[in-house]
Design a protein around this ligand. Sequence first.
Ligand code: CMC
Length: 385
Amino acid sequence: MNAHVLANVATTIAMKQTPAGLDGLIAGETAISTLDHGLHYRGYALEDLVRNATYTEVAYLLLRGELPTTEALADFRAILAEAAEVPAAVVQLLQELPLHIAPIDALRTAISALAHFDEQANETDDTANLGKAIRLLGQVPVLIAARHRLTRGEELAGSDPELSFAGNFLSMLTGQIPTARDERALEQSLICYADLEFNASTFTARIVASTGSDLHSAITAGVGALKGPLHGGANEDVLDLLLSVESASQAEKFVRDAIAKKRRLAGFGHRIYRDRTDPRAVVLKDICSDLATTDEQRRLEEIADAIEAAMWSHKQLRPNVDWPTARLYRMLGLDAELFTPLFAAARVAGWSAHVLEQQRDNRLITPRAKYVGPPPRALLPLRER
Ligand code: CMC
């Protein structure tokens, strides 16, 4: 057999072994993050980063491979602040998009539009990619906040370079300087959302990058993948679910009924974290407990705990990252429709790092499909069909 035939045989064998949804398949290499032994970004444990780092440091780490020095961080923050200028035409576009569209859809459109104003839009070398990634990182919160305030008829709140990434994001959304406690809680959630190996939206972004296409296209595609309810869209559904359960004592019946109807409950289950809890859910649950100070907030924490316990006893399913973030963002006073855009804003760092990595050592990602359609057949002329 020649090499070509051998390669085809190997492909056929591999195809037979490929599980639905590529479950468990190693689809490539990355030095950015791993879900082995919890969650690590570039070797650092998520828990350490959440405790001791800012989101900006984590974004730098993902993009550049190392944590920044004080000087490098100051430079990075200065570039981010400069990037926060969004072209007036894009703000105008955000104003003109129909009112009924979801903020995550408006964000996807606006990121795509930003490419038209970036002089390096179609350059795919490392330096251009890094520059564009940093600009996007600064611009995405501005886009989200602008659309949010415009649809409510509110004045835009300017970006403040003196604030942290999270503090600035919150102040642009709400028009008020956040408390240190709220700022830090948002920051910690953004760190949790920043990257996750080859998740669906990141893999989407890498596929786009592998064709030689540009960073804005890859990130736009990533947002499209993220919004689905099985992925980032779940954090918005979690709040509806939680609010539909009136008290902790009703949780058991609610879960039993849902499972009997084969309903999927947002915020539970994970493709990879099957035999341990998503580490992001663990750290964020503690943050939620600390944040919950009012009777209403504590009541929601109790309901969440009761649902968790029932999900475990009825289906042995554990919570994922979206379970606590929905409560956390509600405690920060944010509307549910902002939850997935917040996830996207954090994931810009991870998506971009993966685009950079993919294009540094690229091979076009093009798998095969196992064909299950009709066998070869003769084409009848139109009049004989
Ligand atoms: N609620 C109820 N049942 C569930 C859930 C859920 N959330 N997740 C899985 N199951 C059941 C599923 O119905 C199946 O049951 P059975 O064996 O009786 O048919 C069993 O658990 C195994 O399901 P699976 O389809 O093999 O699980 P998966 O690994 O393909 O699914 C998932 C992963 C995230 C798509 C799924 O757990 C899910 O739909 N969760 C709800 C949506 C969600 O919270 N997504 C956010 C994921 S984490 C954040 C992110 O990175 O996006």
